[in-house]
Design a protein around this ligand. Structure first.
Ligand code: 8YV
Length: 332
């Protein structure tokens, strides 16, 4: 029997390609820095039984309909806001993602952004590099303390909980906001549940880690930013559109909040002349939450394992819409 054919939309680590090749005929868009052009993407998917996908393309209903042979999309990311899952489910198309393997790496970056923004690390480096360091003085480059401060986690899922565990080592008071309280998490790290407005009022650090959904789009806007302390730091390691970028810019410019650490943006790549990047109290990095060699390799291999399992009739480890599989099982 012919092997199933898969299309891989970006260059991925060899370990993951090897897994795919055990059971599939593999076709890849093999350019490190350049995303596959839309017409090549459509062609690749049309000839494939399944695909391993990585942003920036949106996998929407029109694309699925243009490539009816492709029955599985394995997303190399934990977030799947780039895919219309409802449209996939309606068409019996399986979506998988990569939860778990990137939790600690992304939590490291979120915590790093807290420290970098509060202690002005990027501003400090620029001060040195631009020859503006004139010597020590008592209040020179003073920032905000992380140790012992109050941390507010908006979205205490896997990554949010991992940030909380790090915060314990910094003797932080931990608040969180989720759709529902999580007693097991509260018991584990001594966290307290808050309504969003109360969390924003009380926290010295607000770390946003919710998935992007219609409900969370614009969750942190001008009203919410106005509730934060003028000494507070906002970190967004989730998705850009969860925070209203214009409102954030104005709050930072007017020093109504202290600083921000940002890994994600409305538009990625964010244009270099974007107003946010002109502010000294913004620490910005280019969506690198999961970007370590080990973690990106683990993400690619998990995506490959999902794809191979789905195409060879086995249970994929991390499906997003498992109801599609159950439906298939029921069919004679
Ligand atoms: C990915 C991420 O690298 O997993 C996610 O949801 O945000 C990152 O880890 C990125 O989404 C790839 O496009």
């Amino acid at each position: 029997m012919a092997k199933p054919r898969v299309f891989v939309t970006r260059r991925i680590p060899d370990e993951a390609l090897s897994i795919l090749r055990t059971a599939c005929e593999v076709h890849t868009w093999d350019h490190e820095d350049e995303p596959v052009p839309q017409d090549e993407l459509v062609r690749g998917l049309q000839e494939a039984d399944g695909a391993l996908v990585v942003g920036p393309h949106r996998i929407d209903a029109a694309l699925m309909d243009a490539a009816p042979r492709c029955r599985v999309y394995a997303n190399m990311a934990v977030g799947y806001d780039n895919i219309d899952v409802a449209a996939a489910t309606a068409r019996g198309i399986l979506i998988t993602n990569t939860p778990g393997v990137l939790t600690e790496t992304t939590a490291d970056l979120a915590f790093g952004l807290m420290i970098a923004a509060a202690r002005r690390l990027y501003e400090g480096q620029r001060t040195i590099v631009e020859g503006r360091w004139k010597g020590w003085s008592p209040m020179f480059m003073t920032g905000q303390d992380v140790y012992g401060a109050t941390l507010g986690i908006v979205g205490a899922g896997r990554i949010g909980q991992a940030v909380a565990r790090r915060a314990r080592g910094f003797d932080m008071r931990i608040l969180y906001h989720n759709r529902r309280p999580n007693p097991a998490f509260e018991a584990e790290v001594g966290a307290s549940y808050r309504l969003l407005d109360d969390l924003l009022r009380e926290s010295d650090f607000v770390v946003v880690l919710v998935p992007l959904t219609p409900e969370t789009r614009g969750l942190i806007g001008a009203r919410e930013l106005a509730l934060m302390k003028p000494t507070a730091v906002l970190v967004n390691a989730a998705r850009g559109p969860v925070v209203d970028e214009r409102a954030l810019y104005e709050a930072l410019r007017d020093r109504r909040i202290y600083a921000a650490g940002l890994d994600v943006f409305d538009r990625e790549p964010i244009p270099a002349d974007h107003p946010l990047l002109s502010l000294p109290n913004v620490t910005a990095v280019p969506h690198i939450g999961s970007a370590t060699v080990r973690t990106r390799t683990r993400m690619a291999t998990l995506a490959a394992e999902n794809l191979v399992a789905a195409l060879t009739g086995k249970q994929p480890p991390t499906p997003v819409n498992p109801e599609v599989l159950r439906r298939e099982e029921r069919q004679p």
